[in-house]
Design a protein around this ligand. Structure first.
Ligand code: PLP
Length: 388
């Protein structure tokens, strides 16, 4: 049975050209980029090449790019780094209810350290209201962190408008752009953000490497102490193959993302419309238009998400319920709850995320298989019977 992978938001396959670019840095060019002899300098040049590629992809200067161990570290570094460096100015942080755990849990931790965190609600489509940000800012606020695009429901936030608010107030703005970068063109100056997180494995790069973009002049402390790597912002010997892989992935994205976004959007809409037309009691979660080109999140009432997911897996189809992180947990997704879904609707959700190797035949196959699975599960479900 051919596997149909529709969980690109959890992680993407590493692009074959990325793997090829990485390989020499495990073997011939294994040097430490901090060493002054030739094989160290070769590795250093490769890192600087990758830095230039990432900077070009998001319209940043090279010295505003610091490599990290991934999106989680970038989120931690942004929030903790700004909070600790600016605690003389205030202790208030603003974020939203639909952020990734890398932000929400960092916020919880900072609360134990004397910071105050305001968590803004979202509307039924998962949008943060820039006016809510404006109203939440006090003279103690130091940073606002609102994600660029949500990993579960795909909703894209009005970052430009939020940035106008934070700029007026003289408050830093961070955005978790992990699901955005490499999929939709983005420019840090047009967005108006001060800090931005990237993860390589969401754009066909390797796992365990990411970037924190920090606008020049941003007051930030490092929470990784040691060597002078990454302009003193992130100590530790570089993950050279990983960084080279991210650089290559950034180059490929820059060339291909426009066309790819168009192609994937068409398949996304086919899948959404097919599910809504062919399955009763199905609804789309997330914003109907302002959403990632590859994200489909649906609630299919009276069928349990986990059961649909396992049945799809038996047909060779990989997707997820809510998000990969919460799939193992029994708690319904905090994102779906924030939209106002009741726990039953939240438990009957499925996320399909499409990507570079998704074909029309694969979407047709899902649209063939899923209604049958839903009928089978509903036939066994006491929930549907009690509904009628
Ligand atoms: N932020 C978002 C929105 C994500 O989807 C993810 C991925 O799970 C992360 C952060 C964490 O990134 P990483 O897996 O590189 O730590």
């Amino acid at each position: 049975m051919k596997r149909i992978y529709l969980d690109y938001a959890a992680t993407t396959p590493t692009h074959p050209d990325v793997v090829k670019a990485m390989l020499p840095y495990f073997s011939d060019s294994f040097g430490n980029p901090s060493s002054i002899y030739a094989c160290g300098q070769e590795a250093k040049e490769a890192i600087e090449g990758a830095r230039a590629s990432v900077a070009a992809l998001i319209g940043a200067h090279e010295d505003e790019i610091a490599f990290t161990s991934g999106g989680t570290e970038a989120d931690n570094a942004a929030l903790k780094g700004v909070a600790y460096a600016n605690s003389d100015k205030g202790n208030h942080i603003i974020t939203s209810s639909i952020e990734h755990h890398a932000i929400l849990e960092t916020g919880h931790y900072l609360e134990t350290q004397g910071f105050q965190v305001t968590i803004l609600p979202v509307d039924k489509d998962g949008m943060v209201d820039p006016d809510d940000v404006r109203r939440a800012i006090t003279d103690k606020t130091i940073i606002v962190s609102i994600m660029n695009a949500n990993n579960e429901i795909g909703t894209i936030q009005p970052i430009v408008e939020i940035a106008r608010v934070t700029r007026d107030a003289g408050v830093y703005l961070h955005t978790d752009a992990v699901q955005m970068v490499g999929h939709i063109p983005l420019d840090v100056d047009e967005l108006g953000v001060d800090l931005l997180s990237i993860s390589a494995h969401k754009l066909y790069g390797p796992k365990g490497v990411g970037v924190l973009y920090t606008r020049k002049g941003t007051k930030l402390v490092s929470f990784m102490h040691g060597g002078e790597q990454e302009f003193g912002r992130r100590a530790g010997t570089h993950n050279v193959p990983g960084i080279v892989g991210l650089g290559k992935a950034a180059q490929i994205a820059q060339q291909e993302m426009d066309e790819e976004a168009e192609r994937v959007t068409r398949l996304r809409d086919k899948l959404i419309n097919g599910v809504l037309e062919n399955i009763d009691h199905a609804r789309l979660n997330g914003h109907p238009q302002t959403r990632l080109p590859n994200n489909v999140n649906v609630s299919i009432s009276y069928a349990e998400g986990e059961a649909m997911c396992l049945n799809l897996d038996r047909e060779g189809i990989c997707c997820s319920t809510g998000s990969a992180c919460s799939s193992a947990a029994t708690e319904p997704s905090h994102v779906l709850q924030a939209l106002g879904l009741d726990p039953l609707q939240a438990h009957s959700s499925l996320r399909f995320s499409l990507g570079k190797w998704t074909t029309e035949e694969e979407i047709d196959r899902v649209l063939d298989v899923l209604p049958r699975i839903v009928s089978k599960l509903r036939a066994m479900s006491p929930l549907l019977k009690s509904h009628h």
